[in-house]
Ligand binder design. Structure first.
Ligand SMILES: Nc1ncnc2c1ncn2[C@@H]1O[C@H](COP(=O)(O)OP(=O)(O)OP(=O)(O)O)[C@@H](O)[C@H]1O
Ligand SMILES: [Mg+2]
Length: 380
C-alpha cells in the first residue's frame, strides 16, 4: 500500500483518500522518514499528544514523544525499538512503554511500526499508537485482586492447616488419655473385683468340702461356684478389652496372634497370621504397640460387622526399613469414600498419622477389603 507512496501522495485524489483514511482511524497514526522526522500525522494522534498536526510535522518523533522511559530515565535513540525495527526493514509491536504529551505527562501506549518501502529500500516507517491507560489500569487492578485472592487463600490454608494439626494433636492426646484411663480402670477391676471373686471362689470351695453330706446344700454351693466362675470369666474378658495384658507381657506380635485366634474361636472366621521372625523381633514402644493393636482390633471388628467374609489374614513384613502390616478379608468390600468420614476409619487413620505412618484402605464392592498400615523407619 505504501510502496509507491511518493508517487501516490502526489496524486490529489489519492491524497484525499489517504487523508480521509488517516482521519477516520480511531488511533493515532504518523509517518517518519529515515531521520525519524514526522512526515504526516492524523488529527486524533496529534490530539492525544496535545498538539495540532502542524506542530508535529517535521519534528523528530523520538525526541518529541518517546524520549524517556516511564520512570523518566532517558531512552537513547539507539534503544528505540521503532528505529531499530524499521532500519532493519522489520515491523514491531510494543505495549510496555509510555509516550509523552506536550504538557510533560506520559501515558502507557501500545504502538506498532511498519517500514515504508520504496522498492526494496526502506524510506521510513508508519507508526500506529493508542493510549492504553484504561487497559493497564484494569490489568493492574486484576493483578492486585488476583494477588489479594492468593494472599487470602494462603492465609486460609495456613489457618486450616493449623486447625487440622491442632485437631490431629488433640486426637492423639485423646487416644493416649483414653488408653491410660482404660489401663487404670483395668487395674482397679483386676485388683478389687478380681481379688474379691478369687476369695469368694476359695471360700465357696472350702464350704463345699465341708458340706459333702448335704446334697441340696452342696448343689446350691455348686451353682454359686458356677456363678462366681462366670463372673470371673466376664471380668477377664472385660479386662482383656480394656487393656490386653498380653501386650504388656508378650508384646505386639503375640497380642495380634492371640487376637486373631480369639476372633476365629468366637466367630468361626478363618483367621491367618503371617509374621516372619525378623518382624517379630521388632519392638515399637508401648504407645505405638497399643495404637497398632487398636487399629487391628478395629479392622477385625469391621470385618465381623460389615464384610460377610469367610477369611481374614494379617501379613507383616519389612519393606525398605518400613514396617508394613496388611489386613485383608475376602468379604463384600465397599465403595471407598474420597475422604473417610466415619469415626472407625478416621480413628484408624489418625492413629497411623500420630505414629508418623500412613494407612491405606483398598476396597471395591465384591472385591474384599485390604487395610495397609505403613510405619516408616520402624526398623531403624
Ligand atoms: N471390611 C469391610 N468390609 C465391608 N465394608 C466395610 C469394611 N470396613 C468398613 N466397611 C464399611 O465402612 C463403613 C465405615 O466403617 P467405620 O469403621 O468407619 O464405621 P462403623 O464400623 O460403621 O462404625 P464404628 O466403627 O464407628 O462403630 C462401615 O459402615 C461399612 O459400611
Ligand atoms: Mg468400625
Amino acid at each position: 500500500m505504501f510502496a509507491d507512496l511518493h508517487q501516490l501522495s502526489h496524486h490529489a485524489a489519492w491524497r484525499r483518500q489517504l487523508e480521509m483514511l488517516l482521519e477516520s482511524a480511531g488511533e493515532g497514526i504518523y509517518g517518519i522518514d529515515l531521520n525519524g522526522r514526522c512526515i504526516f500525522i492524523n488529527q486524533a494522534g496529534a490530539g492525544v499528544l496535545g498538539y495540532t498536526p502542524d506542530e508535529v510535522l517535521g519534528r523528530n518523533m523520538h525526541y518529541l514523544i518517546h524520549h524517556s522511559h516511564a520512570n523518566s530515565d532517558l531512552m537513547p535513540v539507539h534503544d528505540c525499538r521503532i528505529f531499530n525495527a524499521f532500519r532493519e526493514g522489520r515491523g514491531c509491536r510494543v505495549d510496555d512503554e509510555v509516550l509523552w504529551r506536550r504538557d510533560g505527562t506520559s501515558f502507557p501506549a501500545e504502538y506498532a511500526s511498519y517500514p515504508i518501502l520504496d522498492g526494496a529500500a526502506v524510506v521510513g516507517a508508519v507508526v500506529t499508537f493508542s493510549d492504553i491507560s484504561v487497559r493497564k489500569r484494569t490489568e493492574m487492578a486484576l493483578q492486585a485482586s488476583h494477588a489479594e485472592l492468593e494472599r487470602r487463600v494462603a492465609e486460609r490454608t495456613a489457618a486450616l492447616t493449623t486447625a487440622r494439626d491442632g485437631l490431629r494433636r488433640l486426637a492423639a492426646h485423646h487416644h493416649r488419655v483414653r488408653e491410660e484411663e482404660r489401663a487404670h480402670i483395668a487395674r482397679d477391676i483386676h485388683d478389687e473385683l478380681g481379688a474379691s471373686l478369687t476369695a469368694l471362689q476359695l471360700d465357696l470351695n472350702w464350704l463345699r468340702q465341708r458340706l459333702s453330706a448335704d446334697a441340696e446344700l452342696n448343689n446350691h454351693v455348686m451353682r454359686m461356684l458356677d456363678v462366681a466362675g462366670t463372673a470371673m470369666g466376664a471380668v477377664r474378658r472385660i479386662l482383656g478389652d480394656l487393656r490386653p495384658g498380653i501386650l504388656d507381657h508378650a508384646g505386639l506380635w503375640a497380642a495380634l496372634e492371640c487376637l486373631l485366634a480369639d476372633t476365629q474361636t468366637r466367630t468361626g472366621l478363618a483367621c491367618r497370621y503371617a509374621c516372619p521372625p525378623e518382624v517379630e523381633a521388632v519392638r515399637l514402644g508401648k504407645d505405638a504397640e497399643i495404637a497398632v493393636y487398636r487399629i487391628a482390633q478395629e479392622v477385625l471388628t469391621n470385618v465381623q460387622r460389615h464384610a460377610r467374609a469367610s477369611s481374614v489374614s494379617l501379613d507383616a513384613c519389612i519393606e525398605h526399613r518400613d514396617l508394613v502390616l496388611a489386613l485383608a478379608d475376602d468379604g463384600c468390600g465397599m465403595q471407598m469414600p474420597a475422604q473417610p468420614a466415619t469415626f472407625g476409619l478416621m480413628g484408624m487413620r489418625e492413629r497411623a498419622l500420630a505414629l508418623g505412618g500412613t494407612l491405606d484402605i483398598d476396597s471395591a464392592p465384591g472385591a474384599g477389603t485390604r487395610v495397609r498400615l505403613r510405619l516408616p523407619g520402624a526398623l531403624a
